[in-house]
Ligand binder design. Structure first.
Ligand code: FAD
Length: 509
């Protein structure tokens, strides 16, 4: 519904002042301007003589927010907006969403649909091949215009190509601090090592100021939508998600609440972030992954020199996506190919390795810090970063199981499962990455547990050990009833890993 200047709403302010005028374009009968960046108030002015604009589809993926959403803003500038989410399990192939991701997606879509309805709009849900479904919706709505934020996962890039072949797709930036591929070395090449990338990226900061929520006009007729509950994204029989609901509030509002809460703690981040017993990290990862919050919003909220180490982590997220953009198979193949030759134990072919993998997945390795992490993951869909590193290192080095087994398990069980972050970190731990830790740096889980004071964390997630004093809990000695003995000895496992490494180094290149 368009309104004339006299009816323009501007929260009591003069509709003709403070307006960032953008001239009307051929397919755009109106434009809007932002008067009040604090309250995100927007209004629009109608240029009466121009024709009604064509509807604009906004194709949402991992950008489930209304604020700082460049695709939504661009679409709203041009005409009535049709926000669409397509559940595309076909295009993603083996990378279709894992169980924990589906849980998060259900709640995030549910929140977004309500937020859109509160603004007089809707969320259209459809299932199937994204390009095909969007073409059908475009036909129903009598439009060709689709707006979306850039995504860099290979299946999303393929989908973007397929959509662009059928419709007028405009891609916008906004899910990263800088568009992946744009931070380059002096020689014009892309970075593969984090620290110089980080320094160069800082030169381009701050990111643009976050965009406000636009006013959304409705199309003359809404395309039909699936019913979210019919997608069965939530687990049933058994419902393993009860712990998730206790641990998380999902959606854009909850993301901002978490950000505001964390702003009080960010100054202590550098000291607290490695201590799993302390909630010293932001727990923003699923909100960032699903795009309920943009990194630009995080930067502007927290960047005021309060914690450089926190900003570094946010930049790691950008860096990881740069690696995916450069190497689309980064989630499937080691960057350093020589690691493919290591004498990995493959669970599909080796019964003992399969048993070890299952013990790791279930949190029954006999190493309390590893088990606590794996159980936290199963119960909440999230694991503390320090413990992710210890648990991943244990799988790859103590159990000599290929990082891809762990990456796949995390893909299924993390609510923040993210191709860039997951693959980059697994390859970092295993030594096979473009930027990686040395394979020979083998984390000692018992030492790590004591060093980072994980006693309370272990008590919370491994109740069998709750009665042990701090000094004994890291090693689980004496053995408590119901808690397993260690599946490998640290010393023997370390020796096995180093021997396997020496063997590939001894091979002629
Ligand atoms: P904070 O410490 O508060 O950090 C703030 C944000 O910075 C995070 O939300 C995240 O977006 C980003 N960030 C932090 N650490 C890293 C990192 N090492 N690499 C990339 N970005 C980072 N993170 C994911 O978001 N998805 C994954 O699938 C994922 N898989 C991982 C697998 C392994 C083996 C390891 C070791 C780490 C993985 N991480 C992953 C990175 C990191 O563990 C999580 O981002 C972090 O624990 C999330 O908690 P937080 O939001 O409290 O982080």
């Amino acid at each position: 519904m368009h309104r004339g200047p006299a009816q323009a709403e501007a929260s009591g302010r003069n509709a003709q002042t403070g307006c960032l005028r953008r001239p009307p374009t051929e397919d755009r009968a109106d434009f809007f301007c932002f008067l009040d960046p604090v309250n995100f108030v927007s209004f629009r002015v109608n240029f009466g003589g121009l024709a009604m604009s064509a509807a604009q589809i906004v194709w949402l993926r991992r950008d489930l927010r209304l604020a700082d959403q460049a695709a939504l803003v661009a679409a709203a500038e041009r005409g009535p907006v049709i926000p669409v989410y397509v559940l595309d399990d076909i295009g993603a192939g083996a990378r279709k969403l894992g169980g924990a991701s589906r849980w998060w997606l259900h709640h995030s879509l549910s929140w977004l649909a309500q937020a859109l309805e509160a603004r007089g709009s809707r969320l259209v849900l459809r299932r199937g091949n994204a390009a095909q479904v969007l073409a059908e919706i475009a036909q129903e709505a009598g439009t060709r215009s689709v707006h979306a934020l850039h995504h860099y996962e290979p299946w999303w890039r393929a989908a973007e190509t397929a959509v662009a072949a059928r419709l007028d797709l405009t891609l916008h930036d906004g899910n990263y601090l800088t568009p992946p591929g744009t931070v380059k070395t002096g020689g014009g090449t892309q970075y593969r090592i984090f620290t110089p990338y980080y320094r160069r990226l800082l030169d381009t900061m701050p990111p643009p100021a976050p965009l406000p929520v636009p006013v959304l006009d409705s199309p003359a007729q809404w395309p039909v939508s699936d019913i979210l509950a019919d997608w069965s994204l939530l687990p049933a029989n058994p419902d393993w998600s009860t712990g998730f609901a206790r641990f998380w509030q999902v959606g854009e509002n909850a993301a901002h609440a978490r950000l505001t809460e964390f702003a009080d703690d960010v100054a202590a981040y550098d000291r607290a972030r490695n201590l799993p017993s302390v909630g010293g990290t932001s727990r923003l990862s699923p909100h960032l992954h699903w795009g309920e919050l943009s990194p630009g919003q995080v930067w502007h909220a927290l960047a005021r020199g309060q914690s450089e180490s926190f900003l570094r982590e946010i930049v790691w997220r950008d860096f990881a996506q740069n690696l995916i953009a450069q190497f689309p198979d980064y989630g499937d193949r080691g960057y350093r190919r020589e690691y493919e030759m290591l004498a990995w134990r493959y669970p599909a072919q080796d019964r003992a390795a399969a048993k070890d993998l299952a013990a790791w997945q279930r949190g029954r390795t006999g190493y309390p810090i590893v088990d606590a992490g794996m159980r936290q993951l199963w119960a909440t869909g999230w694991m503390h970063n320090r413990v992710r590193m210890i648990a991943a290192s244990f799988l790859v080095k103590h159990l000599l199981i290929d990082w891809r087994e762990g990456e796949r398990w995390f893909w299924d069980t993390l609510v923040d499962a993210d191709l860039g972050n997951n693959a980059t970190n697994w390859q970092w731990i295993s030594g096979s990455g473009a930027d990686a830790s040395l394979f020979t740096r083998i984390m000692a889980p018992l030492t790590q547990s004591a060093k980072f004071d994980a006693a309370a964390y272990i008590r919370e997630w491994v109740p069998e050990l709750a009665g042990l004093p701090d000094a004994a809990i890291h090693e689980a000695v004496p053995l408590s009833p119901g808690y397993p003995a260690r599946i490998v000895s640290h010393v023997a496992a370390r020796e096995r890993a180093l021997a396997a490494y020496r063997a590939i180094k001894a091979k002629p290149a």
